[in-house]
Design a protein around this ligand. Structure first.
Ligand code: SAM
Length: 446
């Protein structure tokens, strides 16, 4: 596709918030007349949208930038930008390490992307200078998405809050995304209505600690309910919740509205109270299970997924076994687990030794995944023969001729017999035919 402004390519690493930021940036660029390019090689603007939650993700950025150096020498007018959390954390240091970068922009400046890009384009040819903007204090455009909405197929993402006020000792998010900013209640509900009127079937509310949301006397569960009752909305999700804010009121609202999907992502991080205390998570394991048990009583069959860190400073074999016990007891539907990596400026990195050797972190992670894979398979096997509605989102990863989607419980289902292109964005009734560790197989049910 050719366009008067040129073309853009965005490469994203990291979480759902980063994926949503990519969509926001794409939406803003398209509104400015840029067209999407199929690869960095044929793009006029290349944006690397980064994550800094773990060390590896920052390294991936600098590897990628290394590969772009040749391209910049060949096409000096191409603009290379670094956005997202590494941009926020490193600022000018990105330019020092990779002098061919033209733009470094923090996540809170996304609304200013067109303006910053014009500046970077003007400065990208000799005498070159880079544009760096990582201000955290301008909130004017924080929730602005170019007016077009951020969507993928029949799903739209809606950021309701940004930043984090929790002081988890391992986490860099408060430094890269700033303190919490909450979007106005009425604005969120109005936007949700607009998206549903435009044909969106599924809405996902996003925030770093989404359930810490507040607007005056309105709390997260009030907002959840106000969105859940929008006529025409079929599915409502939200992520990521923090256990310390997961209230019985939220569980009650989830149970009361069929539109709210029976799935909760509730990061537990560790099974050991001593480690949770050192992480400053603000809850213990007994409290975490009280919340889970309450939700499971209200919504039988609700799926719970979680995040875990292995090898946090001081984690003993006994602490780690407590984490395995939590997996056995909680029977999560899905687990995202990571080796602890010290992040610059965090309390854990500045006050504790990273004293669990990497080889031990790796073996703990492997033990954890081995156990979870057994559990996921057993939980998936319970669904074989069941009729489940699947919101189809495109071709499956393994076979482009098979359509893939998700159940209300957020399980990936490959539907043999559904058409990946034509049926995309449709909720199809299916019958589950087989269970695997990370997905289910199904056929359309008539
Ligand atoms: N806000 C959510 C919470 O704390 O409940 C999670 C958001 S974080 C972007 C995603 C996950 O990355 C975390 O839940 C945690 O498991 C993992 N993570 C964060 N910092 C980490 C670190 N320093 N080392 C390893 N994993 C980390």
């Amino acid at each position: 596709m050719t366009s008067p402004r040129g073309s853009y390519f965005i490469k994203t690493w990291g979480c759902q918030m980063n994926a949503q930021d990519e969509q926001k940036m794409a939406s803003l660029l398209q509104a400015e007349g840029y067209a999407p390019a199929t690869s960095a090689r044929n793009a006029d603007v290349i944006l690397l949208n980064t994550c800094s939650v773990r060390e590896k993700s920052a390294e991936k950025l600098f590897d990628f930038l290394g590969r772009l150096k040749k391209l910049k020498t060949k096409s000096p007018q191409a603009v290379i930008g670094v956005t997202g959390c590494v941009a926020q954390q490193e600022g000018e240091a990105v330019i020092k390490r990779a002098s061919h970068v033209d733009l470094v922009m923090g996540p809170r400046r996304i609304g200013r992307l067109p303006e910053l890009l014009n500046q970077a384009r003007a400065r990208s040819v000799a005498p070159r200078s880079a544009t760096v903007d990582t201000a955290l204090n301008d909130l004017s455009a924080i929730f602005w998405d170019g007016g077009r909405g951020v969507r993928s197929g029949a799903t739209a993402y809606l950021t309701i809050m940004e930043g984090c006020n929790m002081g988890c000792t391992f986490c860099i998010v408060p430094r890269t995304r700033g303190r919490e900013v909450h979007r106005a209640f009425g604005e969120i509900v109005a936007e949700a209505r607009r998206r549903v009127d435009q044909g969106i079937l599924e809405l996902e509310l996003l925030g770093q600690t989404v359930n810490a949301y507040r607007d005056g006397r309105q709390s997260f569960h009030h907002l959840l309910e106000a969105v859940a009752i929008i006529p025409g909305l079929k599915r409502l999700r939200f992520t990521s919740s923090h256990p310390a804010f997961f209230t019985p009121n939220t569980a009650a609202v989830m149970a009361a509205h069929e539109t709210i999907c029976p799935h909760l992502h509730l990061p537990v991080q560790s099974g050991s109270d001593a480690v949770l205390k050192a992480m400053r998570r603000g809850y213990g394991i007994a409290e975490y299970f009280r919340r889970l048990d309450d939700l499971r009583q209200r919504i039988p069959g609700v799926a719970i997924s979680t995040d875990l860190i292995v090898g946090f400073p001081g984690e003993t074999e006994q602490d780690f076994r407590a984490t395995l016990d939590v997996l056995s007891q909680a029977r999560f539907s899905q687990v995202y687990a990571f080796k602890y990596s010290p992040r610059p400026g965090t309390t854990a990195a500045t006050t504790c030794d990273d004293d669990v050797p990497d080889s031990l972190k790796r073996s703990r992670l492997a033990r954890l995944f081995a156990l979870q894979e057994e559990i996921s398979l057993e939980e998936n096997q319970k669904l074989v023969g069941r009729a489940l509605p699947v919101l189809l989102s495109g071709p499956s990863r393994q076979d482009a001729d098979v359509a893939s989607g998700r159940t209300p419980c957020n399980r990936v289902v490959n539907v043999h017999g559904a058409r990946p292109e034509q049926d995309m964005g449709r909720i199809m009734m299916t019958r589950i035919t087989a269970a695997h560790r990370h997905s289910l197989s199904a056929e359309p049910s008539v």
